[in-house]
Design a protein around this ligand. Structure first.
Ligand SMILES: [Zn+2]
Length: 461
């Protein structure tokens, strides 16, 4: 699960607004006994213990994109796929990694202990200080040219404030907080070549007063900060269809293997990876008329970078042939007790509309355990697939177990039954379209088994 940060959105140019119109869908359920027999070929082989062991292994260390920990995870996943007999590819891609450096600040001979903006440009500058208020759009005075801008936090994003004073020729930024006692705030975008530090609210207000009485000259010295190119990987294992039965259709089953920095990411998203691997293991020797791609994505937590990269490498014809993308993210949420309860499984689409994936999932759920509702949410790797027109959905529990994105996202937060239920439903769904006796979907616009299920918009926390 990716928590949107404004800086990332701005730098990636991704500000999306999606307004769904929710149709009421009341198709009738038609249980076909032979479907259940086919389901059993999958779900009787899916072992919760295997999945749990994979989550335990992957969560031995954090797997932040571009780190040694991610690479250990990537190689583990590749080895597993190869052990099951798959042709497996590591797909590298580069991204800009933010560096948090150190810095000093001195004003009229007095030393401060500033926080350096994440990704701030590294440089040493000395100049006169000018207070520019909140540096709102269109309100930064021309006199800031050649000076260090003293800025109050608030109302608009950090990166806008930086840009507003940069555009007027400022040479440095001192931002003061607008509340609390902390100075640990602020993110700069790549290309904003100005050293930027933050101080506390009290320090800032004192400087504003001081400026009334006398001119101030500041020296900002920022080191080891900025952006560097780093490399992450997607892992792709491909199951080819039977030569004589190939329908040309492709199904993608995905999860993300990276974690946030410092978090072991057991639920987010070693759990999803364990489901991808277990479904791959079970299907390794099954005959299909459909190509199945098992993909684990890197750098999801930095803004879905791995899945965007993967989709960008697809040929038009491949995009046409991919009839469904199943994304599993945080599919082991255990109830943590107390006043927080992890919720049930739900399928989320980007537009909130049902599609081939949710229809397959709802039908498989009805046959194997329970009908799974659907709702509207992005924030995982189904998003880039949706954007090129591929039916895609995220399988997740809502509300999620609440220690995700923290060092406490450990194996003890994983519920084996939830892992198993998710893998059963996604595995049975995939097998329903991939096996010989169901016809290929015409660009996935036709759902196989109608089933009665409902919209659900419960919050993901
Ligand atoms: Zn996440």
């Amino acid at each position: 699960m990716y928590r949107k940060s404004l800086a990332v959105l701005l730098s990636a140019g991704l500000i999306l607004s999606v307004n769904g119109v929710y149709a009421k869908n009341i198709p009738t359920s038609q249980d076909n006994p032979s479907d259940t027999a086919f389901d059993n070929k999958i779900i009787k082989k899916i072992k919760a213990d295997n999945m749990y062991d994979i989550v335990a292994k992957l969560s031995e260390q954090p797997r932040a994109a571009g780190t040694e920990g991610e690479l250990i995870g990537v190689n583990f996943i590749k080895d597993e796929f190869e052990k099951y007999g798959y042709e497996t590819e590591l797909q590298p891609f580069t991204f800009l990694d933010v560096l948090v450096g150190t810095g000093t600040l001195e004003i009229n001979g007095q030393a401060y202990d500033p926080y350096v903006f994440s990704g701030s440009y590294s440089a040493k500058v000395t100049a006169e200080v000018l207070h520019v208020g909140k540096a709102l759009n269109g309100e930064v005075p021309d006199e800031v040219k050649g000076k260090i801008a003293l800025i109050e936090r608030g109302d608009i994003p950090f990166v806008w404030k930086l840009q507003n004073v940069l555009d007027k020729g400022a040479v440095g930024v001192i931002m003061y907080n607008h509340s609390g006692t902390s100075n640990r705030v602020g993110v700069a975008n790549p290309g904003q070549d100005i050293p930027a530090v933050t101080i506390t609210k009290d320090q800032g207000l004192a400087l504003v007063d001081q400026l009334e009485a006398e001119p101030l000259t500041a020296t900002i010295d920022v080191r080891d900060s900025g952006y560097v190119e780093n490399t992450s990987h997607n892992v792709i294992a491909t199951k080819k269809p039977h030569k004589n039965k190939d329908t040309g259709q492709i199904v993608v089953v995905g999860a993300h293997h990276d974690s946030v920095s410092g978090g072991p990411g057991a639920n987010d998203d070693a759990s999803g990876v364990s489901a991808v691997l277990e479904i791959a293991r079970v299907m390794a020797n099954m005959q299909t008329d459909t190509e199945i791609r098992f993909v684990t994505f890197g750098a999801e937590e930095l803004g879905l970078l791995g899945s965007y990269h993967y989709v960008s490498t697809l040929e038009e014809e491949e995009i046409d042939n991919i009839v469904a993308q199943f994304q599993m993210d945080m599919v082991g949420s255990k109830d943590s007790g107390g006043d927080h309860e992890a919720g049930g499984l739900i399928m989320y689409t980007i537009d909130g509309e049902r599609n081939t994936v949710t229809d397959l999932g709802a039908a498989a759920g009805a046959r194997t355990s329970e009908v799974i509702p659907y709702g509207q949410l992005g924030r995982s790797d189904h998003q880039p697939f949706y954007e090129v027109g591929i039916p895609a959905a995220l399988f997740i529990h809502a509300p999620v177990e609440d220690s995700y994105h923290t060092p406490a996202d450990t194996i003890d937060k994983i519920d084996k039954n939830k892992l198993k239920q998710t893998a059963d439903i996604v595995g049975a769904s995939v097998y329903q379209i991939a096996r010989f006796d169901t016809p290929a979907l015409e660009h996935a616009r036709v759902a196989p088994g109608p089933v009665d299920y409902e919209y659900d918009d419960r919050p993901v926390q």
